[in-house]
Write a protein that binds this ligand. Structure first.
Ligand SMILES: *Cc1c(COP(=O)(O)O)cnc(C)c1O
Length: 231
């Protein structure tokens, strides 16, 4: 099932790239494996997927030791400061940095572990009360502050668009995030690039790619519906 799903997702990515005149190589597919067992992750791995997304520190810590070391783990969920130390040497990219305080903690742990941590800054482009993320208008200031941290490299922006049945509803939010990235890039802030735009999930990744996404985070479309009630 994972294999067939991945083929379909791949085709959708290719057609979104063609439609918007982009090269397939500009878009990374992150398979969001949260709540899913290692056996399914291995199926995706066997189809050459190397980027996996998780939203819980504990789950990364359970899966990391038993999976191949060439996997790039992406932390895509809200990160508590006291948990940074558990993932600092395991994840390739933290997508969900939404405060200077969290960045300070990442700096502290990255320095101790002697690593440079790549991060994205999460922006709440739709201004939803229920979502984490910075307001668009405060994003540049926060980035300027974090850019001074020597063990952190800011690689771009991430957003979680509203849940909707019609992906076209989210096109304006994706456009806004892209524009914000372009505006910040133009400021030429030291230690900051806007190469990565993490936007688009199962319901809207094609629209997100048409609007410039470089990382789509697809869970349900690859692994099927999640069941949160099994413990
Ligand atoms: C769960 C999750 C996804 C994947 O959602 P699907 O709709 O299953 O594709 C993407 N991004 C974040 C931040 C998530 O928490």
């Amino acid at each position: 099932m994972v294999k067939e799903n991945l083929q379909l997702v791949e085709q959708n990515i290719i057609s979104a790239c063609e439609k918007s005149g982009r090269d397939r190589s500009e878009v990374t597919l992150i398979a969001v494996s949260k709540t899913k067992p290692v056996s399914l992750i291995e199926e995706a791995y066997d189809c050459d997927i190397r980027d996996f997304g998780e939203n819980k520190v504990q789950e990364i810590n359970e899966k990391y030791p038993v999976m191949n070391k060439d996997i790039r783990w992406h932390l895509i969920g809200h990160l508590q400061r006291n948990k940074v130390k558990y993932i600092i040497d395991k994840v390739a990219l933290i997508h969900s940095v939404d405060s200077v305080r969290l960045a300070e903690q990442i700096q502290h742990e990255a320095e101790k572990a002697n690593v440079i941590m790549d991060i994205l800054v999460q922006v709440n482009v739709a201004n939803e009360d229920t979502k984490f993320g910075l307001k668009p208008e405060e994003t540049e200031d926060v980035i300027r502050t974090i850019s001074k941290f020597p063990n952190i490299r800011i690689k771009g922006l991430m957003t979680i668009a509203p849940f909707t049945d019609n992906p076209e509803d989210n096109r304006p939010y994706f456009k806004n995030l892209k524009q914000l990235a372009v505006d910040i890039e133009e400021k030429n802030i030291d230690n900051v690039t806007m190469d990565c735009l993490s936007m688009g999930m199962t319901g809207d990744y094609q629209v997100a790619i048409e609007e410039g996404s470089t990382m789509v985070r697809v869970g349900t479309g690859i692994f099927g519906e999640r069941n949160y009630n099994k413990n």
